[in-house]
Design a protein around this ligand. Structure first.
Ligand SMILES: Nc1ncnc2c1ncn2[C@@H]1O[C@H](COP(=O)(O)OP(=O)(O)OP(=O)(O)O)[C@@H](O)[C@H]1O
Ligand SMILES: [Mg+2]
Length: 413
């Protein structure tokens, strides 16, 4: 039997609607029209970047919206306040101090890939003769090229600072937590200090996953005065609601109030999930040619959202459940844990929640044993113990994933 059109008909409806430009779970926002909330943080970023000698360190949990905030703010500054270049470097584990600054160094005339610096000298000094009716510029068009790659010191913060200090613009160093060596992180901090001492108009915005700013600067002591730290927390419910309602409205989609509230609840402050679930709800509605989004639409959208979720989260849940004798019991336990209000929870809190939310009574010792089992294993486990008697999800996005994955089959529980 033929395979039909591989869903191409639906795809073309979805693409024509523009929904994938509105809800972008896998792409950071970089336009003010799609950027919501974060007023205080954005104001602080703008004011720090515009203060002489100050640079920014933006850190927070995975997926809270760091890149979106940094990119949107940099763009606004460069469009509306000052002119200059924008450089963006996403670091990976192979990056070192010298590889990070290749692009701005190239902009200032240094091409590290050829290991050649080209200095162009105009000869003739601009002398001119004035012959009464005409002025002839005798500046020679002869140019000499000097190549002195031996003088390149891309590993040296002071050499890099000297090359970059007269550039104007902003450089976003994203995923700084991926830089492997502390010595490379320290060098970035040193460069910031030097640029600040030179009162350079070249500003750095360092972004990464961390719980403290120190993790990203490897605790460099003297950089504190010129590197302002902004810690980004999860988004508040009202701002997540704005993402859903503005996006839906721009597409003429009408979600029920309980759908909006459920998406906000599942998202738990992570805009990635808000975009993902809204996208899947919207796609389903567009395919059905019914712009009204009900709880039934949401339910099937959650299944689709789970399939599109990050593999790491799916694998972690699967590998956890696979080795357990009573996976259904553990599913209920994990789902209940994902409704705890603080990242850290105790077994007593979970016991109360199991009773109030699902009407299930569990013996406290048995519950503690089960929770502890979820913290044990050779690989990274789904829970860990931050302190005696406390439990926490290893990946802070796991509660949202569990609410999607397990709510969509909550009849089984
Ligand atoms: N202020 C915002 N308004 C609307 N959507 C946002 C906002 N901030 C983030 N998002 C959306 O949330 C998702 C995650 O954002 P982003 O990639 O910026 O997070 P991150 O903290 O940089 O993530 P990671 O730790 O994986 O690098 C993206 O889909 C982005 O579109
Ligand atoms: Mg990011």
């Amino acid at each position: 039997m033929a395979n039909g059109d591989f869903g191409l008909g639906n795809e073309s409806t979805i693409i024509k609607s523009g929904i994938r430009e509105v809800f972008t779970p896998h792409i950071p926002v970089d336009e003010i029209t799609h950027f919501f909330g974060r007023e205080d943080e954005a104001t602080r970023l703008v004011s720090v970047i515009n203060s002489p000698g100050q640079h920014i360190l933006l850190y927070g949990d995975r997926g809270v919206g760091k890149t979106s905030l940094a990119k949107t703010t940099c763009k606004v500054i460069l469009q509306k306040i000052q002119r200059g270049h924008f450089f963006e470097k996403r670091c990976d584990s192979g990056d070192t101090f010298s590889s990070i600054f290749e692009e701005p160094l190239e902009k200032s005339g240094i091409d590290l890939s050829f290991k050649e610096e080209t200095n162009t000298h105009n000869q003739g000094g601009g002398a001119a003769i004035n012959a009464g009716f005409a002025k002839a510029d005798l500046s020679s068009k002869r140019e000499t090229k000097t190549t002195n790659s031996a003088n390149f010191k891309p590993d040296s913060p002071s050499w890099v600072a000297n090359q970059l200090k007269s550039l104007s613009g902003i450089m976003l160093i994203d995923e700084a937590d991926a830089i492997q060596l502390d010595s490379d992180k320290k060098k970035i901090a040193e460069l910031i200090k030097l640029l600040s001492d030179h009162n350079s108009t070249f500003k750095l915005v360092v972004v990464g996953i961390a719980t403290t700013g120190e993790e990203l600067t490897a605790g460099h002591p003297s950089v504190e005065r010129c590197l302002k730290e902004v810690s980004l927390q999860r988004m508040c419910d009202d701002d997540l609601k704005k993402i859903i309602l503005n996006g839906m409205q721009s597409l003429s989609l009408r979600p029920d109030d309980d759908v909006v509230n459920k998406i906000v609840d599942i998202s738990a402050g992570y805009p990635h999930f808000t975009h993902l679930i809204s996208l899947k709800c919207g796609e389903a509605a567009l395919i059905d040619n019914n712009r009204h989004i009900t709880m039934d639409v949401l339910k099937s959208a959650l299944n689709e959202a789970v399939k599109d979720s990050e593999g790491a989260l799916q694998r972690m849940l699967e590998s956890t459940l696979r080795v357990l004798n009573t996976p259904q019991e553990y599913k209920l336990l994990l789902l209940t844990a994902s409704y705890c209000s603080t990242p850290e929870f105790r077994s007593a809190e979970l016991r109360d929640k199991l009773k109030s939310k699902f009407g299930v009574e569990v013996d406290s010792k048995a519950l503690s044993r089960r929770l502890t089992k979820l913290t044990q294993g050779d690989e990274i486990t789904i829970l860990y113990k931050p302190a005696r008697g406390c439990f926490q999800f290893t990946d802070p996005r796991m509660p949202s994933f569990l609410k999607m994955a397990l709510n969509s089959d909550d009849n089984e529980i």
